[in-house]
Write a protein that binds this ligand. Structure first.
Ligand SMILES: Nc1ncnc2c1ncn2[C@@H]1O[C@H](COP(=O)(O)OP(=O)(O)OP(=O)(O)O)[C@@H](O)[C@H]1O
Length: 463
């Protein structure tokens, strides 16, 4: 029997969230937004191995069927091996408006459980109910951006305008913008808040030009009390859109309204964007959103798990994920979703072995390559000895012990063979490396201080 509505954390919804995130990564924003984003998960029958997907029109359903059926089937099978058939059809797409802007890697966009979109006066996209300040974890990587976002949202006198966020993909810029929108609206009921991607800005502007009706477009945007334009790098090289964008910026700023803009890089690095736009951006507050460090990654996992009280994930698993998935927060969330989905399906408890197995490919791909040179440098710095001691013949304890620790770390954190490690430590024999590894293993059990040193070094090296 095909089941309909699903809850946020049922395995099929989690798998679907993960598949959508993968499609977005692989197919590019344009194809994804045009054809794949509107797909809704309508139901499933796991016993029969069937998944049912719907699109808002027959035309779209046929297009997706002919171009993506195979890929979708493969993706489903890789997440849930029991799936044998993915049925694609046109139909009523419940919750569509909300799902259009919902993030890809968080479930709950589906069918009856889709969050109601907030009313969006003046167009733009609806704000996503899950992107709030409460759900945003603050750390060193994003505290400047977070504080600036709060300031804009609170609505008092602004010492800066616009606020410009920049940072790599999946680090929380869109989340912060939606959070500003929610908070500003909460404090100023009835205010006109517009959030829009720069791509949508371009699309709407070009459509308005074609139908010779740019006036409505201009006045709609300029009536905003808070205007937020995401991913402005998309309008690089688009001259007439940039012209309009520049005037919109000016109007909003000179009317004392609030403007928030984001891009994937800093104003200096935004190639193909007019100088006058860049200098306008630089007049405001430029806040970077950096890759999350270990503590922040752990905080984000912990926060997500707080929202899923029915799921039990031990602390060492949370730490393992935070240590190993370093690329960005979107991937981290995706990995966690995947682990939970698999665990629910297989009924296996979530421990480190289970996670390593489930995420084997992702872990291989996202592991940063740590070099022996890096290890030698870090260990020498830590113990305040010269790096040359790593390869020297001196056997005094104050250099021999750090050298052994470095050999141990080289064995644990790199794929290098024992003879190769020996060679890189001043042409030592592989038996010397084996001895060092055993020695440090023994000392870690017996001496808490050495164990703490090794842990700290590992954490620093693994980012
Ligand atoms: N500090 C954080 N706390 C909680 N969740 C976060 C944090 N940073 C990012 N996320 C989550 O990571 C995911 C990706 O974030 P978001 O979409 O905001 O990234 P982005 O920087 O806008 O990326 P892109 O440029 O690709 O659009 C979202 O689900 C978001 O909720």
């Amino acid at each position: 029997m095909i089941q309909g509505a699903m809850s946020e954390s049922d395995p099929v919804s989690l798998a679907w969230a993960e598949i959508r995130a993968g499609l977005r990564r692989d197919c590019g924003a344009r194809t994804f937004d045009g054809w794949l984003k509107p797909i809704r998960l309508a139901g499933h029958d796991l016993d029969a191995g069937v998944i049912e997907l719907v699109l808002p029109s027959q035309f779209m359903a046929s297009w997706v069927e002919s171009n993506y059926a195979e890929r979708l089937a493969l993706a489903w099978r890789s997440m849930l091996p029991a799936i044998r058939h993915v049925h694609i059809r046109a139909g009523d797409v419940a919750g569509d408006a909300a799902a259009q802007t919902a993030p890809l890697d968080i479930p709950a966009t589906e069918t009856a459980v889709a969050p109601e979109p907030e009313p969006q006066a003046n167009g733009g996209a609806a704000l996503d109910a899950r992107y709030t300040f409460d759900n945003f974890v603050v750390g060193k990587a994003n505290d400047v951006a977070y504080n600036a976002a709060r300031t804009v949202a609170e609505g008092g006198q602004l010492a800066f305008n616009p606020l410009f966020f920049h940072g790599g993909t999946g680090l929380g810029k869109t989340h912060l913008m939606h959070a500003i929108g929610h908070e500003y609206r909460r404090r100023h009921p009835g205010a006109a808040v517009i959030y829009m991607s720069a791509e949508k800005f371009m699309f709407e502007f070009v459509s308005a030009m074609r139908s010779k009706d740019t006036l409505a477009f201009k006045s709609r945007l300029r009536s905003a009390d808070l205007l937020m334009i995401d991913d402005v790098q998309f309008i690089a090289g688009k001259d007439s859109t940039q012209e309009e964008f520049f005037h919109t910026m000016n109007e909003i700023i000179s009317a004392g309204k609030r403007l928030v803009i984001s891009a994937d890089r800093s104003p200096q690095d935004l190639e193909g964007i007019e100088g006058r736009i860049l200098s306008r951006l630089s007049w405001g507050l430029v806040a970077d959103v950096n890759p999350a460090d270990f503590e922040l990654r752990l905080g984000i996992i912990t926060k997500k798990l707080e929202g899923m009280p029915q799921v039990s994930v031990p602390q060492d698993v949370a730490m393992f994920l935070a240590r190993r998935i370093q690329a960005n927060v979107r991937e981290l969330e995706g990995a966690l979703n995947r682990v939970i989905a698999y665990a629910m399906l297989t009924g296996r408890p979530i421990d480190v072995d289970f996670v390593s197995e489930t995420l084997a490919d992702q872990l291989r791909a996202s592991t940063r390559r740590i070099t022996i040179d890096e290890i030698q440098r870090k260990v020498s710095d830590h113990f305040c000895i010269r790096q040359a001691e790593m390869t020297s013949a001196r056997r005094a304890r104050e250099v021999a012990r750090p050298r052994q620790i470095a050999m141990y770390l080289a064995k644990q954190l790199t794929p290098r063979s024992l003879p190769e490690i020996g060679r890189r430590f001043g042409g030592r024999d592989h038996t010397t490396v084996i001895h060092a590894v055993r020695q440090i293993e023994k000392l870690r059990k017996a001496d808490a201080e050495i164990d703490a040193d090794v842990r700290l070094l590992m954490r620093q090296l693994e980012g």
